[in-house]
Each structure stands twice: as C-alpha cells, then as structure tokens.
Design a protein around this ligand. Structure first.
Ligand SMILES: Nc1ncnc2c1ncn2[C@@H]1O[C@H](COP(=O)(O)OP(=O)(O)OP(=O)(O)O)[C@@H](O)[C@H]1O
Ligand SMILES: O=P(O)(O)OC[C@H]1O[C@H](OP(=O)(O)OP(=O)(O)O)[C@H](O)[C@@H]1O
Length: 229
C-alpha cells in the first residue's frame, strides 16, 4: 500500500511546502522530468507525491483522493463540507498567512462591527429595494459567518473570482469577503475591515483525510507525526 501526499505545484506555497517537507526529514524528488506532476520521497516507497494547485489539494482531501496535503486552511474550510468529519487539520506550518475578512467601504462611517452591518442589511431592502450584495469566492465561510454566527440573513452573494476588492467601486457589490495579508489592496480600494470582521486567520497546514481503513490511517498518522502532529 502507498499513501499519497499532495503538495502545491505552483504559486506562493510551493517552495515553503517543500521546505516544510525537508524539515520533516522528507527529501522530495520529481518522478520523470521537472514538468511531471508526480514525485516521490527519497528512501520511502510507501509515499507517493502528487503536485496539485492549492485549491485542488483541498478538494482532493475532501473526496479522499489524497491521504495528506499541504494547503491553506481557508481553502480547506471553504471547499470541504462537514470538514471536521472528513479531515484533521494541523499542524500549522508557519507560512501562507492570510486573514479572511469582511470589509466595507471606508465611507460607511457608522459601520464598524458586524452588528452595525446587520442593521444596514436589515434596512437595505427598504432603502435600496434590493439585498446587501457581498462579493466573494468564499461562499461557505461567508454563509457560516453571516448566517450561522451573526444571524444576518438578508444578503446576497455575488461570486467573484478575482479583483474582489474592486467590486464595491465597480458597483457589482456593496461589501466584500476576501483574503488579506498586508492590507494594502484593501487600502488602495478604500475598504476597511470590521472590528469583529476576521472570519479566519489562515495559514498553510498539513491536512490529513480521515479514513476508516486502519492500515491507511496508521501510515498517514505516522507521516503527519513527522510534521509534528
Ligand atoms: N496575499 C495572499 N493572497 C492570496 N492568498 C494568499 C495570500 N497569502 C497567502 N495566501 C494563501 O495562499 C493560498 C492560495 O494560494 P494560490 O493562489 O497559490 O493557490 P490557488 O488558489 O490554488 O491558485 P490558483 O487560483 O492559481 O489555482 C490560500 O490558502 C491563501 O490563504
Ligand atoms: O493584503 P494584501 O497584501 O494586499 O493581499 C491581498 C490580495 O492578494 C491576493 O491577490 P493576488 O494578487 O495574490 O492574486 P490571487 O487573488 O490570484 O491570489 C488576494 O486575493 C488579495 O487581493
């Protein structure tokens, strides 16, 4: 039996993920040429390495297509329904830090908290004859935060797959839920984070798919332990 470890194939997490593996004592090498998306762990035939995008890693962990993966906690929580039953998240790996936040236009001077935003959402239909529109690619995190955590039901999600911070100025949404690290994109777009508007403080994590197969589970737990799980 082999287990599969998924690592980011590109993007901001790739090099740090390989460094985290090296720190865990795993030397990863490509199988075939540099453009191949398969790898192996030197000296350990029980582990296959699959190079996927960070978001694909989250999806594959959710459907059991890979046993372990390194990816952002935000992608894992957004992509996988009933996440606690499907995967074990952690340890946190100390890179890929980003916060998923609720931001509103700076000129909304009387809106500083989620409670203020709830009041705005409630009044919105009467004032503007439509629901408050939230631009985001984080549908699940937004619904959980607004509806379940803050009891705000009167809103509409507008799917945004890029340049989300531009949506309020462009008129396609009123507010946003997106990721921020330095805050400079928010600032450039005259948006402010609500005081209690941090939905998730995300970073790269080692994530393990939960399985009922005892042999698989033991092998995956042993590998996770090398990362400090
Ligand atoms: N400044 C940032 N902007 C966006 N994501 C960031 C930032 N800093 C860290 N991250 C994290 O990086 C991850 C996304 O990485 P990346 O964009 O490489 O992956 P991806 O979504 O799979 O890529 P793609 O959209 O190109 O398929 C997320 O977990 C996110 O939290
Ligand atoms: O708080 P900041 O440091 O300004 O970073 C936040 C921005 O960075 C990311 O976009 P990026 O340009 O990396 O592209 P992506 O959305 O395709 O990942 C993210 O979507 C934000 O727009």
């Amino acid at each position: 039996m082999t287990i599969t470890l998924a690592l980011p194939s590109k993007g901001r997490m790739k090099d740090d993920a390989l460094a985290a593996c090296a720190k865990a004592g795993l030397a990863i090498e490509m199988v075939g040429n540099e453009r191949s998306y398969r790898g192996r762990v030197v000296g350990d035939d029980g582990i296959d390495v699959a190079f996927l995008s960070a978001s694909e890693i989250a999806r594959e962990l959710g459907n059991g297509g890979v046993d372990l993966g390194i990816t952002g906690e935000d992608l894992v929580r957004e992509t996988i329904p009933d996440v606690a039953r499907r995967v074990a998240i952690g340890p946190r790996l100390g890179f890929g830090h980003a916060d998923v936040i609720v931001a509103v236009p700076e000129i909304w001077l009387d809106v500083e908290t989620m409670a203020d935003l709830g009041d705005v959402a409630a009044d919105f239909r009467q004032r503007h004859n439509r629901r408050l529109a939230i631009a985001t690619k984080y549908w699940r995190l937004t619904r959980d935060f607004f509806s379940a955590k803050h009891g705000i039901q009167l809103y509409r999600i507008v799917e945004s797959l890029g340049a989300t911070e531009g949506a309020p100025a462009a008129g396609s949404a009123d507010i946003i839920v997106d990721i921020t690290s330095t805050g400079s994109t928010l600032k450039a777009n005259h948006l402010k984070v609500l005081e209690d508007g941090v939905i998730l403080r995300s970073e790269a994590c080692l994530v393990r798919a939960l399985t009922t197969d005892p042999t698989r589970r033991e092998a995956a737990e042993a590998l996770a332990a090398r990362f400090g799980a």
